[in-house]
Design a protein around this ligand. Structure first.
Ligand code: PEP
Ligand code: MN
Length: 339
């Protein structure tokens, strides 16, 4: 349930409500909106004397939260979350649309630094690349690990781009937090609850990718784990789901974008690279994602896709990205946004 305070409630009056909630054995999550403050109550509500809270000073009303996810829900927070990433504090969510681009994996220093320069020149705000790669086959390139993280930190230093990289296990978190601006939780780990708990205890923004077979409700409940840990900076990423269709690697269900925008205040990015598996489909799906209301894109871009160590077939070149960006900007402007 949420306790909606009347406009003008003082911090002391909000604190009094928080104290009452704690007395009933619940935890609170206070959200200060532009107009009024609401206090979301988390825990078992059966023992709560609602009357005691309802009669507290400046309490407007108590509303049940119907969605199983609470803090992620627009029932609890109606204004959209805006998350700033990287040294440049680029906003994700809000009016601006942002593009994060880069190779699937950090392959070597020269490759990453040159790609970082190229995607920055094309207009990207963030650099993506995996140092730790969750690969389907144990015989595939597994990433450079710690060495890859150091290269990412160098690329951030050199370009000012926000670095987005995957964290595959709980033990890697401290090292990744040092070198990255956004912790990516990959599709395969969307239901790795200890990992969600652990990134929820950090205060670094998290990019949570939708699981290969996850429903939107499961996706939002995964986000709820992170929010429940106290980390409010969660960015969702639609990256396609597995279906019977085989002309694509995954099926990219873009209707999830407006649906998520309805259900949650969290920003939503689209990954048209994993979402299709084919570089020639990436520009069209990028355009469609922005038109559908995505807050941005995360795109695989490689200087030499044919020789990429992973996901070359779905990687566009920085030159293609450069041609795409002004088109995306025009689409964003047509729907009242900008890049
Ligand atoms: C990636 O971003 O390279 C990746 C492995 O993505 P996903 O978890 O969506 O498969
Ligand atoms: Mn990839």
């Amino acid at each position: 349930m949420i306790v909606v305070m009347k406009p003008g409630a003082t911090p002391q009056q909000v604190q009094h409500v928080v104290d009452l909630i704690r007395e009933f054995g619940l935890r609170e999550h206070v959200i200060c909106g532009t107009d009024r403050t609401v206090v979301a109550c988390i825990g078992d509500k059966r023992m709560v004397d609602k009357g005691a809270i309802e009669t507290a000073a400046m309490v407007d009303r108590i509303v049940p939260i119907l969605a199983p996810y609470k803090m992620a829900s627009t029932e609890v927070k109606t204004d959209r979350s805006r998350i700033e990433i990287g040294p440049g504090r680029f906003p994700i969510g809000g009016t601006k649309v942002g593009v994060i681009a880069g190779p699937c994996a950090v392959e070597n220093r020269d490759q990453l630094l040159r790609t970082a320069d190229a995607v920055k020149a094309a207009g990207a705000i963030g650099l993506r690349a995996g140092a730790f790669k969750p690969r389907t086959s144990p015989y595939s390139f597994q990433g450079l690990g710690m060495e890859g993280l150091k290269i990412l930190a160098e690329a951030r230093q050199a370009t000012g781009l926000a670095v987005v990289t995957e964290v595959v296990s709980v033990e890697q978190i401290p090292a990744v937090v040092e070198c990255a601006d956004v912790l990516q939780v990959g599709a395969r780990n969307m239901q790795n609850y200890p990992l969600l708990d652990a990134v929820g205890r950090t205060r670094t923004p998290v990019l949570l990718k939708r699981g290969l077979s996850a429903t939107l409700e499961e996706f939002l409940l995964a986000a709820e784990y992170i929010l429940n840990g106290g980390n409010t900076q969660v960015i969702l990423c639609e990256r396609g789901i597995r279906t019977y269709e085989d002309y694509v690697r995954n099926t990219l269900p873009l209707a999830s974008v407006p649906e998520l925008n309805d259900k949650t205040h969290l920003p939503v990015l689209v990954d048209p690279s994993h979402g299709t598996g084919h570089a020639h489909l990436v520009p069209a799906m990028s355009r469609a994602a922005i038109a559908a209301g995505a807050d941005g894109l995360i795109i695989e871009a490689h200087l030499d896709p044919e020789h990429a160590m992973s996901d070359g077939g779905q990687s566009i070149t920085p030159a293609v990205l450069g041609e795409l960006m002004p088109v995306l900007k025009r689409i964003a402007q047509a729907i009242g946004r900008d890049m």
